[in-house]
Design a protein around this ligand. Structure first.
Ligand code: NDP
Length: 461
């Protein structure tokens, strides 16, 4: 019999931790999992899921306008922020319950407490003060918004955490950042009728995406009325008579009811007892792991955002499944980070998989770029001035599609399926051989027969 209380102790009840705990328990391991806040973690409680619900809410305004072109007369409409927040909270509570039910069903012990490491095999449960031991420990504590402590007045600002529970919908908001969260929330607030300004330090929003789509999204957001200030940063935030006063580097003084910082996320490792257990972290505080998610301490693993590899829910879940294979199935498995499809739930949406044109240009000597920009069918009657962009990046030598990028409705849904085709190594000829499905926007992906242009040695020819 094991001399430890548990085979596995998981710290953190988010997507990665819950998956690891549930599957290990279902294999007959004695498992406990501790969560200090709410089961479901960032994704379910204050991230992906409630965000997507807010995205839906923010789109109705345009749906009502578009309806007129199809013969509908929509009467007076109004929006109730408190009702949305309450409805979202009900759904989140339901999902949290499902997470717990899954754990309980697998016979994992669910602990509602903060847990900290005492040594490599011992964990202290803060609520009771009790210590327990485990053969293997899995750290899956996730991350939290970077508070940007260097900004004078940062304590007056909110992060995405608070955005889900604002007492009132503000009249105006300034969002600092140009990544996923800043862009998605700028569209949400604007769609709900809030005067929205985005302030970003770089030349163009969404620095890690294909340049073409970044420009396309910027133009579409600006055309809707979202003010985007690039090449600028906040210098100071203070309380004014009527809201907050913001000093910027290049755009003078701004005023807003709410300022939201969306400047990346930090790993949740503070006070976790990593030093006591001998677990090494990097300069940003992220737990350092090897290719199998094992830390420098043999029996301690870490996965998900706390390791600052790829901060995406499905990646944390995949890492958890690889951990199970490695630790409990005698089948060492490395997470596969190649060709992760991803979406920005902006309006219009971005869906993407593989390399951007710029990245591909550095990796391959010759590329064919297939690009279509068109007005989606629905917009012909709605009269909405919107354009979709679709791009396939093809390695000319192998004919493989190495990147696929979409800006427009349902881009995320399409990117998920494109993920399968790119993962399978499909060539442009496979796309050409595929019958179009008419009338859809996605049919453009299989009907772009001639390259729009080529890139040779990184230069467009
Ligand atoms: P991102 O890394 O996407 O973006 C951070 C932004 O903050 C970048 O624009 C960055 O600029 C800017 N920034 C960082 N530090 C500073 C600074 N000191 N001053 C000014 N600007 C700064 O992080 P997010 O916070 O938006 O999201 C966190 C993670 O969560 C994402 O990386 C993503 O993986 C995940 N996520 C995924 C979503 C999805 O799948 N749809 C949705 C939301 C989040 P620069 O680009 O110049 O470095």
């Amino acid at each position: 019999m094991s001399s430890y209380d548990y085979d596995l102790f998981v710290i953190g009840g988010g997507s990665g931790g819950v998956r690891g705990a549930r599957v290990a328990a279902s294999l007959g391991k004695k498992v406990a999992i501790a969560e200090e806040y709410r089961y479901g973690g960032t994704c379910v409680i204050r991230g992906c899921v409630p965000k997507k619900l807010f995205v839906y809410a923010s789109q109705f305004h345009e749906h009502f306008e578009d309806a007129a072109g199809f013969g509908w007369t929509v009467g007076e409409s109004s929006f109730d922020w408190k009702k949305l927040v309450a409805a979202k909270d009900v759904e989140i509570a339901r999902l949290e319950g499902l997470y717990k039910k899954g754990l309980a069903g697998a016979n994992a012990e669910i602990l509602e407490t903060r847990a900290e490491l005492v040594d490599a095999h011992t964990v202290r449960l803060l609520k009771s003060g009790q210590t327990v031991t485990a053969k293997t420990i899995l750290i899956a504590t996730g991350g939290r918004p970077n508070p940007h402590a260097a900004l004078p007045g940062h304590e007056l600002c909110i992060s995405s955490n608070e955005a889900f529970h604002l007492e009132e919908l503000p009249k105006s908001i300034v969002i600092s950042g140009g990544g996923y969260i800043a862009v998605e929330f700028a569209n949400i607030f604007h769609g709900l009728g809030v005067e929205t300004t985005l302030i970003y330090r770089g030349a163009e929003i969404l620095s890690r995406f294909d340049e073409d789509l970044r420009r396309g999204l910027h133009e579409a957001m600006a055309a809707k009325g979202i003010r985007i200030l690039c090449h600028d940063t906040l210098q100071k935030v203070s309380k004014g008579e009527d809201g907050l006063i913001l000093e910027t580097l290049n755009n003078g003084t701004l005023q807003a009811d709410v300022v939201m910082l969306a400047l990346g996320r930090d790993p949740n490792t503070e006070g976790l007892g990593l030093e006591a257990a001998g677990v090494a972290v990097d300069e940003r505080g992220a737990v350092i792991v090897d290719e199998y998610s094992r830390t420098n301490v043999e029996n301690i693993y870490a996965l998900g955002d706390v390791t600052n590899r790829v901060q995406l829910t499905p990646v944390a879940i995949h890492e958890a499944m690889c951990f199970i294979e490695t630790e409990y199935k005698n089948n060492p498995t490395r997470p596969d980070y190649e060709l992760i499809p991803t979406a920005v739930f902006s309006q219009p949406e971005i869906g993407t998989v593989g390399l951007s044109e710029e990245e591909a240009g550095k990796r391959y000597s010759e590329l064919e770029v297939y690009r279509a920009q068109f007005r989606p069918l629905k917009a012909t009657l709605s009269g909405r001035a919107e354009r979709m962009i679709m791009k396939l990046i093809v390695d000319a030598a192998s004919r493989k599609v190495v990147g696929a990028h979409i800006l427009g409705h349902d881009a995320g849904e399409m990117a998920q399926l494109l993920g399968v085709t790119l993962k399978a190594g499909c060539t442009k000829d496979d796309f050409d051989r595929t019958m179009a499905l008419h009338p859809t926007a996605a049919e453009e992906l299989v009907t772009m027969y001639a390259p729009s242009y080529r890139i040779r040695d990184g230069k467009r020819i």
